[in-house]
Ligand binder design. Structure first.
Ligand SMILES: Nc1ncnc2c1ncn2[C@@H]1O[C@H](COP(=O)(O)OP(=O)(O)OP(=O)(O)O)[C@@H](O)[C@H]1O
Length: 409
């Protein structure tokens, strides 16, 4: 969709803002441009809508050389969101958003209806905010209007230059999540400038890491974090890149452990026999349709008073009733493909030694801290070797136990 071929921008004073850039952005892809101040990110962006003309090289949009497109026509195909949103102070939020469609010839009423839809889309109720003026909004709300306005002409391409840079971290994360939700349905081709590596990782399908005027690495967030191409990139993404990588590494079926499984309606005696044969301290309990209900400690099944809390020497009774009578609920589960960070956070939140992973309501297995660590290492090695994760064998330091720790362990 967007293609840079050997693009250079030099200024008469001898500054080379961008030096021989070549890259391609696919349709519907969100690329984050990240790097320190002055490395050429904004210059790259402004060359796409011809606010800056390159000194040499070629930029094309959908196969068309942009130097042959009238800049005004070109900008109608490209939404532009900047940090200092640049709303018209004397116009209401609704009119600010409707300006572009109206300028493009849509009747006023139609343009305003569309603007109301867009405000709704970016999370601003038009009946509450539509009649306000920009100075009656918070910084985060103004940014949302900026995004709505950029989307108003329904351009296939969006350029976003630190659009969430001026708001506090909490609002910023909120805006990022909303923008991701929007992008998952709109699938615009987006160039997004930021100097915040966290933001670049969270939003980008791929990240372009800039050094002075050049791209040092252009790859997926997982690869940039797991296998930085140069010492510069490694230093830029930070020493805690393993931790950041948790956010972009999904849970895969091969990561899961398989504790014994019993069903809610199984007789307790049979379930106890099964656990005792396996030497397992607990089992996952599934309901009739195969989804997670919770877990049951072996001690509870064998009737020891107080279940898993029973001390040594407690007299064991014959198992009574069904598993349902002894099982404990466990709400902590994740969908397959959820990031490892969510897995870790769910374990911590539930104070549990494992978290169940399900696919469309079907239980697949459990992830433990040890397995999470292995998954992270394996995916990092796989990215560096350019192989599927399942094909990576690790030389692993053995975990201390060989059974899955019980919840709360
Ligand atoms: N008109 C100009 N004349 C000379 N140098 C310029 C001019 N405009 C920009 N530059 C230089 O080009 C380089 C790239 O600037 P650019 O705005 O693209 O950086 P950036 O990566 O977006 O930085 P920031 O994160 O601070 O916005 C900088 O060194 C800047 O000083």
């Amino acid at each position: 969709m967007i293609r840079f071929e050997h693009v250079t921008k030099s200024y008469p004073d001898g500054t080379t803002a961008v030096d021989d850039l070549t890259f391609e952005v696919a349709e519907g892809e969100l690329i984050t441009l990240v790097g320190p101040s002055g490395c050429g990110k904004t210059t790259t962006m402004k060359m796409v809508n011809r606010l800056i003309e390159p000194t040499s090289g070629r930029i094309s949009l959908g196969g068309e050389d942009i130097s042959a497109i009238d800049p005004v026509q070109l900008r109608r195909r490209i939404g532009y969101v900047i940090q200092q949103v640049g709303l018209f102070p004397h116009k209401t939020v609704l009119d600010n958003t409707a300006t572009v469609p109206h300028l493009l010839g849509r009747p006023r009423k139609e343009a305003r209806d569309r603007a109301a839809e867009l405000l709704d889309l970016v999370g601003l109720d038009p009946s509450t905010y539509g009649d306000r003026y920009p100075d009656q909004l918070s910084g985060g709300q103004r940014q949302r209007v900026g995004v709505a306005r950029a989307l108003a002409a329904d351009p296939p391409v969006l350029l976003m230059d630190e659009p969430f840079g001026a708001v506090d971290p909490v609002v910023r994360e909120h805006l990022q999540n909303e923008f991701l939700r929007l992008q998952s349905t709109l699938r615009k081709t987006v160039l997004f400038v930021t100097h915040d590596i966290e933001e670049a990782v969270r939003l980008g399908d791929r990240i372009a890491v800039y050094g002075a005027g050049r791209i040092e690495q252009f790859d997926t967030p997982a690869t940039v974090l797991g296998a930085p191409a140069t010492p510069y990139t490694a230093q830029f993404v930070g020493a805690d890149r393993g931790l950041k990588r948790l956010s972009v590494t999904p849970v895969e079926p091969g990561d899961l452990e398989q504790p014994p499984i019993v069903r809610l309606d199984d007789p307790a005696a049979r379930a106890a026999g099964r656990l005792s044969a396996d030497g397992a301290p607990w089992a996952v309990v599934l309901d009739a349709d195969g989804s997670l209900y919770g877990w049951v400690p072996s001690a509870a099944l064998t009737g020891a008073a107080g279940g898993s809390a029973a001390g040594p020497g407690t007299k064991k009774l014959a198992p009574q009733g069904t598993v349902r009578d002894h099982a404990r609920r466990m709400d902590a589960w994740l969908p397959l493909g959820a990031p490892l960070k969510q897995a870790l956070s769910t374990m911590l939140q539930h104070d549990a030694g494992w978290v169940a992973v399900q696919d469309g309501g079907r239980f697949l297995g459990v992830l433990t801290p040890a397995r999470l660590h292995t998954a992270l290492r394996r995916s990092t090695t796989a990215d560096a070797a350019n192989l599927p994760r399942g094909e990576i064998a690790l030389d692993t330091v053995p975990a201390s136990g060989h059974t899955v720790p019980g919840p709360g362990a």
